[in-house]
Write a protein that binds this ligand. Structure first.
Ligand code: GLC
Length: 432
């Protein structure tokens, strides 16, 4: 079994918990057409300001959010304390651009973190290192004002060092004020990396003063889990692939690392009213299983509305996942990639001597496990603990005129013809 080298942060709980909720919430819930809307439509500050003036999530009830997450089987959460538009959910001393100054008038973060903690979830902060609102943040090629006619002139008075001080100060505030176990920064975009040209004007570790930031974080919270987006070659704990399922366990310099895929329900992270590309419950459950079968975590995002609620589509997906998790979480929590290769259309996860066979496509009556003869003590469906009969194939035996299976050494599981009424059936195999 693959075992990543330990890092400074404590990932032991993280690789057991496997399933977390990402929350992207901020002013962009009002335009409701992507959290990057300020950048995509190059909206000037004066005009983006209307979302600040009208932000009033009057139905906000974080207990309901936390309950929905816990019922879905999620064990931790990561919330956008600030996204790229610069708006802060908590009552930061270092800015006026925060929830308390909107018509809503109250801190949104503190009650949220308490509510999730009360439901037993661990807490994490996503914090944007990008800031398209801060007056000291130099306008680069990604900025919402990148095409501003006075860009060069405006940049003359912008000082990245002052912005870095703000970034460090806010990080300190968050770490000191809240009981955070994950610090999730987003993101670096230096020239010449990730397909960006050498002439690109971006930002990286020297702009953020990432090394200094890292030192402060480790001093304040030595064991906090830190993600990999500060443009540092080391010092982080988790790799964070986004919006795709890796082919296999993520490796860095040939070594396996702790990793977490972050995924959306429909494509954008902030609330998007008109997006029609919503994944089905089945797709999402497949995604969770596939992730754990490759030794990873899934951080699944909800973008709450401007009224402060999870919309019906999100609640439907969460409930569907929760229904499956209620009976199947044993094949997720504490599990990792197995050293065994699964049959076609299946995924294995493993927890010690318990091996979980997930049937993505339900076969007719039999599933053949090559090389498993003599290795399994007992087999049962996970959802109802009903025995699954095991047949050790004698390659010479006759089954209705022909021999049923191929190879010696194969263990065949006998299934009911009708697929059990669960989204993905799982067979729990107790290894000898
Ligand atoms: C990206 C996007 C962003 C989202 C994040 C989540 O880097 O900038 O909007 O917050 O990914 O991983």
């Amino acid at each position: 079994m693959l075992n990543p080298k330990p890092t400074a942060g404590d990932t032991s709980w993280f690789t057991d918990d496997r399933f977390g909720m990402f929350i992207h919430w901020g002013l962009y819930a009002l335009p409701a057409r992507h959290e990057w809307i300020k950048q995509i439509e190059q909206i000037p500050d004066e005009s983006y300001d209307k979302y600040f003036r009208y932000f009033n999530p009057d139905l906000y009830n974080p207990e309901q959010w936390a309950e929905a997450a816990a019922k879905a089987g999620m064990k931790y959460m990561v919330v956008t304390t600030k996204h790229h538009d610069g708006f802060c959910l908590w009552d930061s001393k270092l800015t006026d651009y925060k929830a308390t100054n909107t018509p809503y008038g109250k801190d949104l973060l503190t009650p949220m973190l308490s509510a999730f903690k009360n439901q037993g979830l661990r807490l994490g902060a996503y914090h944007s290192i990008i800031d398209w609102h801060h007056p000291e943040f130099p306008i680069d090629d990604l900025h919402s004002m990148r095409n501003h006619p006075d860009r060069a002139k405006l940049n003359e008075t912008r000082d990245i060092k002052k912005y870095a001080a703000y970034l460090h100060g806010q990080t300190k505030e968050l770490l000191e004020r809240y009981d955070l176990e994950i610090m999730w920064f987003d993101f670096s975009y230096p020239a010449g990396k990730h397909g960006r040209p050498a002439t690109w004007i971006g930002k990286g570790k020297d702009d953020w003063q990432s090394e200094k930031l890292l030192k402060m974080i480790r001093k304040l919270k030595p064991n906090i889990i830190l993600n990999d987006r500060l443009d540092l070659p080391e010092g982080w704990d988790i790799k964070t692939p986004e919006q795709y399922q890796p082919q296999s366990w993520l490796m860095v310099d040939g070594e396996p690392v702790v990793w977490e895929a972050c995924q959306t329900f429909s494509g954008s992270w902030g609330y998007h009213r008109d997006e029609t590309s919503w994944k089905s419950v089945e797709q999402l459950i497949h995604m969770l299983i596939d992730t754990v079968s490759k030794g990873g975590n899934l951080l699944l995002n909800v973008g709450p509305t401007g009224r402060g609620e999870f919309d019906a589509r999100a609640l439907d997906r969460l409930a569907g996942m929760g229904k499956w998790m209620h009976q199947h979480s044993r094949s997720i929590y504490g599990c990792t990639q197995s050293e065994f290769t699964p049959p076609v259309d299946c995924r294995f996860t493993q927890n010690g001597k318990k091996l979980y066979l997930h049937l993505f496509a339900y076969p007719f009556r039999h599933v053949h496990l090559e090389g498993f003869a003599g290795k399994v003590d007992y087999a049962q469906f996970l959802h109802d603990a009903s025995e699954v009969k095991m047949i050790e194939v004698d390659p010479h035996a006759e089954a209705q005129n022909t021999s049923m299976a191929g190879q010696a050494g194969t263990l065949t599981l006998e299934l009911p013809v009708a697929k059990p009424e669960v989204t993905v059936p799982v067979i729990e195999l107790f290894l000898k």
